[in-house]
Ligand binder design. Sequence first.
Ligand code: A2P
Length: 267
Amino acid sequence: MTLEAVKAVNPNAPTEEEVLSVHHYTARLFKFRITRPASFRFRSGEFVMIGLPGPKGKPIMRAYSVASPSWDDTLEFFSIKVPGGPLTSMLCDIAPGDRVLLGRKPTGTLVNDALLPGQRLYMFSTGTGIAPFASIMRDPETYERFEQVILTHTCREMAELAYGFELAEGLKDDPLVGDIAPGRFHHYTSCTREAYPTTGRITELISSGKLFTDLGVPPLDAETDRVMICGSMDMIRDTRALVEAAGLEEGSNARPATFVVERAFVG
Ligand code: A2P
């Protein structure tokens, strides 16, 4: 079925949006910005389907976390390029003026609503798993709910950390959280396959206690700490085990608790 035919029978069919900008960080990572329909609402941390018409006209859609803050007039996404990936191998060639498909129903569990109030929020990310946190770190509600907001980002190589640095540096100029985030937001980075001031997987940095020593905070504590995890399936499995060992419990929109997880989507 073509997109036109899908739209005719399905009011929930994706909308067509214009690509406004594209920036490639490395051979594997890029960000892009698209127009936002006036009707498009989302909570910081949610994902939405993004796609392109496939070779046979049938849309190829994949889930992407919205990386821009919810007040922004446009939408930003951070993507990996998977060689041979059905969507990303085409999406990495988009240019301003091109059209992409945007789903109408953002959803997800990496949201403030799925966590009980706490003192400290940890956002553990690897690779493109930083995307939902790019939105959450710029949401004033995050700073109303937590005194300290800690974003960890681990990548294979230093160049892959660039997007996170850009976000962290831009925070002081942010129109909504620029006055409240500095001093309360902490950006902690590590690399696993290149020399870098901090090396090692986030799981190793948690297990050894180095993360907490470096940040000058006590180890994970279910009383005070809340955790969001976003990365590959393996990263989620291993980080979840450590967080559960510290006594935290998985939450959802229906039943808020002390940690939440979501896979960084690729393909
Ligand atoms: P490593 O280089 O040791 O595999 P990827 O690009 O493959 O998604 O990886 C992004 C980052 O996630 C890399 O630094 C990688 O480390 C790390 N990583 C991969 N698997 C795990 C895991 N099971 N637990 C924690 N970190 C992981």
